[in-house]
Write a protein that binds this ligand. Structure first.
Ligand SMILES: C[S@@+](CC[C@H](N)C(=O)[O-])C[C@H]1O[C@@H](n2cnc3c(N)ncnc32)[C@H](O)[C@@H]1O
Length: 374
């Protein structure tokens, strides 16, 4: 089977988490900022889209070359065998990005690449005038970094964080792949209790349950590659069947609670859609009243963070309650994501480790408190 140069994209700071997932799937990888490269066949494209919990997209690297002028950019793009990739009616928008490069005008880079592909396709398919572009979507991408140009094709479509289980309700839920990445940074592996005492719409416990049950995150959605005319569609179907047969029962309790009953109803619907409703115990309870007889587990939670002063004070009072109620659960490793830089002061303990990320545009800190399991 033909091998492709592939890469996964991800949020900044999650390269290692994605690389680890790829290693677990059996791939050798090479990491750059925001990208993890690997090699694979069509089956691997389907497998990675289906199984990667923490990546954004899987792309095929079509061609790499140095380009410091538009003639080279045009010629190198034109030289690619586009008719092998794109049928005559393909819709092929081109996204352009250029960073620290001579060819710095992104609209021009995008326009030249598009023109080169249109010219080549017109020649290869003996078409005059405009191409119809009313068929399957092939999202292309030209990325130039320090004069090195990369042409790629997106195989994913809607970003991988869209698992297909979430109902829209407003609010500010964590993205599914962001939640999964946070869990992958903890010691959770499905064999010990998982608790989220401020679960909101349930993203963290649902992702934990999917990990615990070995549910492939992409099982409920389709991908761009499903429509590519050169893609062997049996491969995806076979992998779906295989993934279904690989599901296991959850081995340890998963608890999710929140003070707000209405958001818990949303969480339950999401859990139902994800096929994990029976695996999560949802309960309306405020942190100050939280009790558990579970031991040797993990708490992963994303408490509120107030941007305005009044909300901030409310959030910080809650962090103090967390210090009173959750901190004494000494057999639980605890992990909290918040934008509050003073979280440790209110919680009353210095974290063993802190990791910084962006949640959208908001800088956030993942505070980690490690416990020893008995
Ligand atoms: C940032 S949201 C969590 C979002 C969640 N991770 C998701 O993906 O949907 C914080 C949650 O904390 C809950 N909360 C606020 N104060 C609380 C309290 N005192 N006890 C328990 N939950 C509380 C809110 O109702 C809200 O759902």
């Amino acid at each position: 089977m033909e091998k492709y140069q592939l890469y996964a994209t991800m949020g900044s700071g999650f390269e290692d988490v994605v690389a680890k997932e790829l290693h677990a799937l059996g791939y050798e990888t090479r990491t750059e900022k925001g990208r993890v490269f690997f090699e694979g066949t069509q089956e691997d494209i389907a497998r990675c889209n289906l199984w990667l919990r923490t990546a954004d997209r899987i792309k095929i690297l079509l061609k790499e070359f140095k380009a410091t002028d538009f003639t080279t950019l045009y010629d190198e793009t034109y030289a690619y065998d586009w008719a092998m990739l794109l049928p005559p009616d393909a819709a092929f928008p081109v996204k352009g990005r250029s960073v620290r490069s001579k060819l710095h005008s992104e609209p021009d880079v995008q326009r030249i690449v598009k023109k080169a592909i249109v010219d080549k396709m017109s020649k290869q398919y003996r078409r005059r005038g405009v191409l119809p572009e009313n068929g399957t979507l092939y999202q292309l991408d030209i990325h130039i970094y320090q004069d090195k140009a990369r042409l790629s094709l997106d195989t994913t479509g809607d970003s991988l964080f869209k698992r297909g289980y979430r109902i829209e309700h407003g609010g500010a839920p964590l993205k599914e792949n962001f939640a999964a990445s946070l869990i992958k940074l903890t010691i959770y592996d499905g064999t010990h209790p998982f608790v989220d005492p401020m679960c909101g719409s349930g993203t963290l416990p649902i992702e934990a349950a999917m990990i615990a049950k070995n549910i492939a995150p992409g099982l409920k959605r389709d991908f761009s590659f499903d429509k590519f005319d050169w893609f062997d569609q049996k491969l995806h179907q076979n992998l779906i069947e295989e993934a279904k047969s690989m599901q296991t029962p959850a081995q340890a309790p998963i608890w999710a609670s929140d003070i707000d009953q209405s958001i818990l109803e949303v969480a339950k619907l999401n859990a139902h859609n994800a096929g994990v409703l029976q695996d999560i115990r949802f309960k309306q309870v405020a942190v100050k009243d939280f009790k558990t007889d579970l031991t040797n587990g993990v708490i992963v939670s994303n408490p509120p963070y107030g941007k305005r002063l009044k909300d901030r004070q409310g959030a910080e009072a809650l962090y103090e309650q967390m210090g009173e109620v959750l901190k004494p659960l000494s057999s639980f490793s605890q992990y909290y994501l918040t934008a509050d830089q003073k979280f440790e002061d209110f919680y009353g303990k210095k974290a063993n480790k802190k990791r910084k990320f962006f949640n959208g545009n908001l800088p956030v800190i993942f505070y980690q408190y490690w416990a020893k399991w008995n």
